[in-house]
Design a protein around this ligand. Structure first.
Ligand SMILES: Cc1cc2nc3c(=O)[nH]c(=O)nc-3n(C[C@H](O)[C@H](O)[C@H](O)COP(=O)(O)OP(=O)(O)OC[C@H]3O[C@@H](n4cnc5c(N)ncnc54)[C@H](O)[C@@H]3O)c2cc1C
Length: 388
């Protein structure tokens, strides 16, 4: 591997930055919050802890590492963002419910109207608004352009009818950014519009979908004549596909996969500890080989971030990162089950990170190769880009 300067060892500036982060974490990341971080099963921590941690980061001015300072962000370099995420993971900080911080906020900064910036950005930063993403539908997942939820223009509003599914946090969010169909075009990507929808709107119903590990994390959302003001549209009518692609670029850049892996890794270590396997030579080898892979993924992510390959139009870098990170995460949770052996089959109450935690984490992590684009579709994408 060509270790360029992006992957250089920490220098004095990094040390100063990390020292500040450590002081902050030592004072603000209480034991309760660390415990909520350790207990995390799905894509965000228990919502009260996630929101409390959000507010503390907001008060410190550190809630939006990638946003420009003029809009309330930290304007941190890629390397600082990476170091910060890693330090939070190593200290078991709660995982935020932060879709809008990563994707919608930067999109509104780049393309929203002044009114939209004024109205939405402060509440994304403070955490007063929680956003969910309404893209997938029963007949539109990997083939997202097949989406059929319709929006008919009526005066100053659109009237939206249809259904979205797998909407993470729709039961927690007060707002949704969604793709709807305003016209049937020659190509399926034509005639799609990007809307910002108030979850309290009359005609909107959220129906829980319970995951196989028994959690309520995502939902079906039904729209029955929901009125959405035209002022809530981002970008021109019928051109929402380009807006969504723009949003996905931000989502790719502002997401660090390896910090999530580091958290799973810490869970695996707790399982190995509990099972008395930390000094077992054979198990130790399996642990070591996964940790080497984890370090490799961290190095890869830092390099891709540093060379700008997780942003812009270079989708292959993000696809590579997504597939290797999620598959390694699945193997980490598999090894945790191996560590527990027959204990893993018990479903009773146990300590926080014992058998039932490991089983739920294992089950929840199966979804990682499906969400944010399935790994099969990411492999297609990488193959297409390499073939060019
Ligand atoms: C935990 C979780 C959270 C989610 N949260 C959200 C959310 O908040 N908002 C939202 O909008 N969506 C969300 N999703 C939905 C997610 O984006 C879709 O599940 C995903 O895009 C796949 O779509 P699908 O489920 O319809 O599967 P399908 O697209 O029907 O795919 C079924 C299988 O066929 C394979 N396949 C499909 N097309 C191809 C192809 N061209 N080549 C090779 N293989 C192919 C897929 O890889 C998969 O294995 C979430 C999903 C999960 C699991």
């Amino acid at each position: 591997m060509d270790f360029n300067e992006t992957f250089a060892s920490p220098d004095a500036a990094d040390d100063r930055f990390l020292a500040q982060v450590r002081v902050f974490l030592a004072s603000e990341l209480t034991e309760d919050l660390r415990e909520a971080g350790r207990q995390t099963i799905g894509v965000h921590s228990e919502i009260h802890a996630a929101r409390l941690w959000h507010r503390r980061l907001y008060r410190k001015g550190w809630i939006a590492p990638a946003w420009p300072a003029e809009h309330g962000g930290c304007d941190w370099s890629v390397r600082q963002r990476f170091l910060f995420e890693q330090e939070c993971a190593r200290n078991d900080a709660p995982v935020l419910f932060a879709t809008a911080l990563r994707s919608l906020g930067p999109l509104i900064i780049a393309t929203g109207s002044e009114e939209q910036k004024r109205r939405y950005l402060p509440a994304i930063l403070s955490g007063d608004d929680l956003w969910c993403q309404g893209f997938s539908e029963p007949g539109a997942g990997s083939d997202l352009a097949a989406l059929a939820t319709g929006a008919r223009a009526d005066g100053d509003d659109y009237v939206v009818t249809g259904r979205k599914i797998w909407t993470t946090g729709a039961h927690l969010a007060n707002r949704m950014f969604a793709l709807v169909r305003t016209r049937r075009g020659a190509k399926p990507q034509e005639g799609i519009t990007f809307l910002l929808i108030d979850m309290e709107s009359p005609g909107l119903t959220v129906v829980p979908v319970i995951t196989m590990e028994g959690a309520h994390e995502f939902n079906e959302v039904i729209f029955d004549g929901v009125r959405v003001p035209k002022a809530n549209r981002v970008g021109p009518e019928d051109e929402g596909w380009a807006v969504a692609k723009h949003l996905m670029r931000f989502a790719r850049t502002n997401n660090t996969n390896s910090a999530l892996l580091r958290r799973s890794w810490r869970g695996l270590q707790r399982c190995a500890d509990q099972a008395g396997l930390k000094r077992d030579a054979e198990f130790g080898l399996r642990l070591a080989s996964l940790e080497i892979e984890l370090c490799g993924v961290e190095a890869l992510e830092l390099r891709l971030l540093g060379s700008g390959r997780l942003s812009g139009d270079d989708e292959a870098g993000a696809s590579l990162m997504k597939t290797v990170a999620t598959e390694l995460n699945q193997r980490i949770t598999e090894l945790a089950l191996d560590a527990l052996g027959p204990l893993a089959a018990s479903n009773g109450a146990d300590d926080a990170y014992g058998a039932s935690h490991a089983v739920r984490k294992y089950l929840a992590t199966r979804a990682a190769s499906i969400y944010s684009g399935t790994n099969e579709t990411h492999r297609n994408l990488m193959a297409r880009q390499l073939a060019r």
